[in-house]
Design a protein around this ligand. Structure first.
Ligand code: ADP
Ligand code: MG
Length: 795
């Protein structure tokens, strides 16, 4: 423990504790690596703050919560899951003994649904606040409110107790023996916000000018060198050149390079190794280049904590996860490309785009700071001083202003606090159009009614660890008798790393790129790939990706969940194992016959089967995509699947493996998907194979992404008239990704709901009545609208 004693935050623990003691809310600013995440919780524990309740520390990413909990358990010499534990979506590693709990911000948000007072916690640390993840931003607003109400109640309870104590003078304070005990009075809640960047004043102002505590960093000076020309368009090549220059001309010290995504990083690693190998003998020492990005397997991630062998220079090529989330030790040189891959969402069309954009000045400063952790360093910026001074934005827009808010708004509605979402107390409010888009989508999904109140169905959806569209599809599957199939598809869609690199949806967009280094089996010969593609297109039955996923799951399960099947089909065993875990969890909630779904939500407390929380608004697989490793809000992911091979053929408790859905069940599945993805339908253009989305505001022209599983053509040689899509993305142009053929009659059922609704009315909603009853079912009489009535709808 002496190692951690020297961390900056430990040296200020007295002052921090004094500030926590006398304030409800404090902000702690300390540079990355100062010990905020690993030490603060322990400092609070050691000072006795866990005696009244658990100390919660939120992390924006799943892998963050898991690795940090492991680290802290190690530091304290305790077994993970006992004194120190973690809870993330699909995994709860805590016990009654847990005093320090690391959890994703999404998991804490979900816990609010069951326990709106968050009664079990004495202190909540909203960690990594600088990342401004969507869920953290929502928690800011909710916990700000909660601190006020809970602490007022706690103070009142204290007072009452003191009075009662005077009156009864010692008698009757024991537990009353008759059945129910009175609800425990609320205890005081303390909130600590931590950030690695100097945004303390902003947080403080939002939290009623609470104190800001600055932990002085141990930062050595960093020389900043700008290029004479901007290299924002050829940053990758410029970065590699710079690495080679550093390696051949600068003294020892590791290099940290910031690029934007996995494919690009993997390519750069190959180039760097080639160039180092081509150097004349003796001109430079050995160099080992390592990747660091979101979807990297955990065992590869920890390599950045290990120093290089004597005399070997390390070059870590990373996305922006190395900016604040992970401290790479030993870095002396930073190469800053000046760009980041950032996702943004257009509420008017529902389109997601993933673009390489200029970083902000705050990010540039943070990147440069990475070079001065152990001794004076240098930062090579691949852009001009002029670009930095005049073209860079000051700060990055928070995720809440760049993403779909459907999941977040469903939470807010499900709390039944009478929150008017359009005037909710956001730290930085999202665009009105984005909130309206979310409200409209929830109405279409029957999750809220025309008065803006959550429906019983909406409550059940919020209780599922799935994004709203998939949750709705699962509820529809219950009606249509295909829960088993939908659970399989939802699990497959929610898993990351399902396809081996270069083999899966999305990879066809960059053919020819070097495959991921993490799995040699991905270097498949073209003939093998072609064979796999033929196999897959057969399995998709001309109906698209969802049916393919279902068949792949069924096939893998029937084959005993083994390695061979995975390899033959170009699937990553790790991803499949994760899908199987998710599937088990979902099945635990739904029950083998789906009846568990009827018990969800409404009145809280109910069935959850241990499935809690979610990450990043529950966008599942979509958010886990490799390219998003570079995105501010997405970052590291991955530590999840059961160890490969562990119990690979145990099959699961409730479901007999090997069942294959009949054609009727596949139809039911597609029907249920159509209900769940009512906001994501597209219609083929007349006499054309392009599609236009059926969107209430603006229909978007889009093509099927090349990675889509093939769809059967009609007699006229055209694709199906209607499809459900999982994602509408703009890369080089708009594409639909992961599509499923649907039918006009199913579309006709949901189409009227897509049309306009009185959004202002949807915003408000009312607070839950004393009886705790939600609202009625149904909703969605969203008027008629002038929908293009689907051809053949009445046939
Ligand atoms: P902060 O949250 O302020 O950025 P952390 O508490 O995450 O700081 O880290 C404090 C120190 O502990 C850093 O020097 C970091 O490198 C080290 N550290 C954190 N996690 C691990 C780990 N899993 N293994 C080894 N060292 C770690
Ligand atoms: Mg931290």
């Amino acid at each position: 423990m002496s190692g951690t004693d020297s961390l900056p935050i430990r040296q200020f623990s007295k002052d921090i504790l004094a500030a926590v003691e006398s304030n409800d809310v404090i902000v702690v600013i300390g540079e990355t690596g100062s010990g905020k995440t690993t030490q603060l919780s322990q400092i609070l524990l050691e000072a006795g703050y866990a005696s009244q309740g658990v100390i919660a520390v939120t992390q924006p990413r799943r892998v963050g919560a898991v690795t940090v909990a492991k680290r802290v358990a190690e530091e304290r010499g305790v077994q993970l899951g006992r004194e120190v534990g973690y809870a993330v979506r699909f995994e709860d590693c805590t016990s009654v003994a847990t005093r320090i709990k690391y959890l994703t911000d999404g998991t804490l948000l979900r816990e609010c649904l069951e326990d709106p007072q968050l009664q079990r916690y004495s202190v909540i640390v909203l960690d990594e606040a600088h990342e401004r993840s969507l869920n953290t931003d929502i928690l800011f607003g909710l916990i700000k409110r909660l601190v006020r109400t809970r602490n007022a109640q706690a103070a009142a309870a204290e007072k009452a107790k003191a009075k009662a104590g005077e009156a009864a003078a010692g008698s009757g304070s024991g537990p009353d023996s008759g059945g129910r005990s009175a609800p425990k009075p609320p205890t005081r809640l303390r909130l600590v916000i931590t950030s690695a960047t100097l945004d303390g004043e902003k947080f403080s102002a939002y939290f009623g000018n609470c104190p800001v505590f600055n932990v002085p960093g141990r930062c050595f000076p960093v020389d900043i060198i700008h290029t004479r020309e901007d290299h924002l368009s050829d940053y990758s090549a410029a970065a590699i050149d710079t690495v080679m220059q550093i390696h051949t001309s600068q003294p020892e010290g590791d290099i940290l390079v910031f690029l934007t995504g996995q494919a690009e990083i993997d390519k750069a690693l190959v180039r760097i190794h080639q160039e180092v190998a081509a150097l004349p003998a003796g001109s430079a020492g050995p160099l080992v280049a390592l990747p660091l990005y979101a979807s990297l397997p955990p065992e590869m991630q920890v390599r950045v904590f290990r120093p290089a062998p004597e005399g070997v220079r390390r070059c870590i090529v990373a996305t922006n996860v190395a900016e604040t989330s992970i401290t790479v030790e030993g870095v002396v040189y930073v190469v800053d490309s000046g760009v980041v891959k950032q996702r943004s969402y257009q509420p008017s069309t529902g389109m997601d785009s993933l673009e390489v954009v200029a970083i902000s000045r705050v990010q540039a400063t943070q990147r440069a700071g990475r070079a001065g952790r152990t001794r004076p360093g240098k930062c090579f910026r691949l852009y001009t001083r002029n670009h930095y001074d005049h073209k860079m934005p000051n700060v990055t827009a928070p995720e809440i202003q760049r993403t779909s808010l459907v999941g977040a708004v469903l939470y807010l509605k499900s709390l039944q606090l009478g929150i008017d979402v359009l005037s909710f107390d956001f730290l930085d409010p999202p665009a009105v159009a984005a909130l309206e888009d979310a409200l409209r989508q929830l109405l279409v999904l029957d999750a809220i009614d025309a008065d803006g109140n959550v429906t019983a169905l909406g409550l059940r959806m919020a209780g599922l660890p799935l994004e709203p569209a998939l949750a709705r599809a699962l509820m529809a599957a219950r009606e249509l008798g295909c829960v088993r199939e939908m659970v399989s598809v939802a699990a497959m869609l929610s898993s990351e790393h399902l396809f081996l690199a270069g083999q899966g949806p999305g990879d066809a967009a960059n053919p020819g790129g070097p495959d991921s280094r993490r799995s040699s089996s991905s270097d498949a010969a073209p003939a093998i790939r072609a064979a796999r593609e033929r196999l897959r297109s057969l399995m998709a039955e001309g109906l698209g990706d969802h049916v393919l996923l279902l068949r792949l799951w069924e096939g893998w399960e029937a084959a005993g969940c083994g390695r061979d099947y995975a390899r033959e089909h170009g699937l990553d065993l790790r991803g499949l194992n994760f899908a199987r875990d998710i599937r088990r969890q979902l099945e635990a909630v739904a029950g083998p016959d789906g009846s568990g779904l009827d018990k969800l939500g409404g009145g809280g407390g109910g069935g959850g089967g241990g499935v809690r929380g979610e990450e990043g608004g529950g966008e599942g697989r979509k958010r886990g995509r490799e390219e998003e490793g570079g995105e501010a809000g997405a970052g590291l992911k991955g530590a999840r699947a059961a160890p490969p091979g562990a119990g690979a053929d145990s099959g699961g408790a409730s479901s007999a493996p090997g069942g294959r859905a009949s054609a009727a069940q596949v139809d039911a599945l597609r029907h249920a998907l159509t209900v769940g993805f009512a906001n994501k339908l597209a219609r083929r253009l007349p006499r054309h194979n392009g599609y236009k989305t059926l969107h209430a505001v603006t229909g978007q022209l889009a093509q099927l992404h090349p990675s889509c599983a093939p769809l059967r053509e009609d007699g006229d040689g055209l694709l199906p008239e209607f499809v459900v899509y999982h994602e509408l993305v703009a890369t080089s142009r708009p594409f639909l990704r992961q599509v499923c053929a649907t039918r006009a009659e199913w579309v006709a059922d949901v189409l009227p709901k897509i049309m306009s609704a009185d959004v202002r009315r949807l915003s408000k909603g009312t607070a839950r009545g004393p009886d705790g009853a939600g609202a009625g079912d149904g909703g969605g009489e969203g008027g008629e609208g002038q929908a293009q009535s689907p051809r053949g709808a009445k046939a």
